[in-house]
Design a protein. Structure first.
Length: 149
């Protein structure tokens, strides 16, 4: 094999290696960049996180539960009151137990507290769970019950 043939072979091998390297780089870059994309998600929050409630019959207060789409999340979120430690007769309700979010969207649900019989003063907790498929999040609202001033 002559010098010219060796040079052509070396150039061809170099071009082939560059081409294969370019393909491998693009494949790995695509794989790595797609694997680091954040998973679509949603977030729950409460405003206010602490609700003040009088201890007597007829007392009422609310907290707003906000559901936010994150990273392009879209779908239905089911809400449930799952953990209520209140002494006495306090009705805790959500005005909606299912909300549908679009990517980048948000929804608001009213969490209300209504006293129908006297309740002991103290600090109590209420947990609201949001579920969508395998996603589950909890937001906790603190209820501070006070007697008359």
């Amino acid at each position: 094999m002559g010098n010219l043939a060796k040079k052509k072979l070396a150039v061809s091998a170099f071009i082939l290696l560059c081409f294969l390297g370019f393909i491998a780089y693009n494949y790995l870059w695509g794989f790595l960049s797609s694997s680091v994309q954040p998973k679509p998600e949603f977030r729950l929050s409460a405003d206010p996180e602490t609700v003040f409630l009088k201890s007597w019959e007829g007392a009422y207060n609310i907290s707003i539960i906000k559901i936010e789409s994150l990273n392009g999340f879209s779908g239905t979120v089911d809400l449930e009151i799952v953990f209520v430690y209140l002494i006495g007769d306090v009705k805790v309700t959500l005005n909606s137990t299912r909300e549908t979010l679009q990517p980048g969207g948000e929804a608001y649900v009213l969490l209300s507290f209504s006293v129908s019989a006297p309740i002991a003063p103290g600090t109590y907790k209420v947990n609201i769970v949001g579920r969508s498929g395998d996603l589950e999040h909890i937001v906790q609202v603190t209820v501070q019950v006070k007697t008359a001033p």
